[in-house]
Design a protein around this ligand. Structure first.
Ligand code: 8YV
Length: 320
């Protein structure tokens, strides 16, 4: 039937996405173009689909007047201005569910790595200290209370895993959830005060910016561990560095940062941090599943069946 739709990629995407799009669509790539701006001016008016793993603002949308779909590789889409998309009748899709268990697994790993100081113990062995003296005793998860900041899909999967660890589970979110037995707190400070380990898994964006601030870290206290697998923006990084430096909290396990891939020297300098390069969903298995869902959204849309996983700001209802 009709000509294949024109799709734009701003950067290289997962090979499954690149391959499938190449076989079904006319794909334009901004990265590596001799003059990306000129390319955008030339093909922009024909672009109907955009696949991204990074920022998309209203200004870019305005250069793509025929754009119908923005397919985001990732469940978090704080870098995509979904309100601007909604105003322009553009659907945004993300990749929920397929990464939930992977990120929850990683969160548990990061909790244990941070509290039992696993990377530090590994370094201790490699540096040859073991024959001279045993590794210093560490804090423990035993008898601790764990708080989840943001009890969404991933937060619930983390809580479910924690049930097996026999720790008490508390949470904070915008609303109390009636179908869970975990203890609800109506503020981040209240949650932090009640727990020893605080796991941040709230979505990013302006609504949660700096939610974990100096007051929350103070409430978490000198035995407290902060773990963040959500977005760097949810934590006030400067306040966190200060809290780690002064012993206001005991340690932090971080998979995300305010200005990735740049990690402040103040975090790297601390021995009581475990720092990961944003790998929550980064297994071959899960990245394949995410890529497949991006592709499925694009195919479904351009075959006239609507998006599979539209975000809340751009709900889909069959237009009649
Ligand atoms: C990233 C993530 O999307 O799903 C999310 O929200 O943070 C990750 O899976 C990934 O780094 C791809 O950009």
């Amino acid at each position: 039937g009709a000509e294949p739709a024109d799709i734009l990629l701003l950067r290289g995407m997962h090979p499954l996405i690149e391959r499938t799009l190449d076989s079904r669509f006319t794909v334009h790539r901004l990265e590596g173009a001799a003059d990306p701006d000129a390319l955008l001016s030339k093909v922009g008016p024909r672009i109907r689909g955009l696949c991204v793993g990074g920022a998309v603002d209203g200004a870019l949308m305005d250069r793509l007047p025929a754009l119908e779909l923005i397919a985001n590789f990732g469940v978090g889409y704080d870098a995509v201005d979904a309100k601007a998309a909604a105003q322009r009748d553009i659907i945004v899709t993300n990749t929920p569910d397929v990464l939930t268990d992977e990120v929850a697994d990683l969160a548990i790993g990061l909790v244990l790595a941070t509290i039992r100081r696993l990377p530090q113990a590994d370094r201790y062995l490699r540096e040859g200290h073991w024959p001279k003296a045993p590794f210093p005793l560490t804090p423990s998860l035993r008898g601790r209370r764990v708080g989840i900041l943001g009890l969404g899909r991933i937060g619930r999967a983390i809580a479910k895993r924690l049930e097996g660890f026999e720790v008490q589970i508390d949470y904070y979110g915008r609303n109390r959830q009636t179908d869970v037995a975990y203890t609800y707190h109506d503020s981040p400070v209240g949650l932090a005060r009640a727990v020893h380990v605080l796991i941040v898994v709230a979505p990013g964006g302006p609504q949660t910016k700096g939610l974990v601030d100096a007051a929350v870290l103070e409430a978490l206290g000198p035995e407290g561990i902060l773990v963040n697998v959500a977005r760097g923006s949810v934590v006030d990084e400067a306040a966190l560095i200060e809290a780690l430096r002064t012993g206001t909290i005991l340690g932090a396990g971080l998979d995300v940062f305010e200005n990735e891939p740049h990690v402040p020297a103040g975090l790297i300098a601390q021995d009581n941090t475990v720092l990961l390069p944003h790998v929550g969903s980064a297994s071959e298995h899960t990245r394949n599943a995410m890529a497949q869902l991006v592709v499925d959204n694009v195919l479904s849309w351009f075959e006239g069946r609507g998006p599979i996983t539209p975000v809340a700001e751009t709900p889909w209802s069959e237009r009649t």
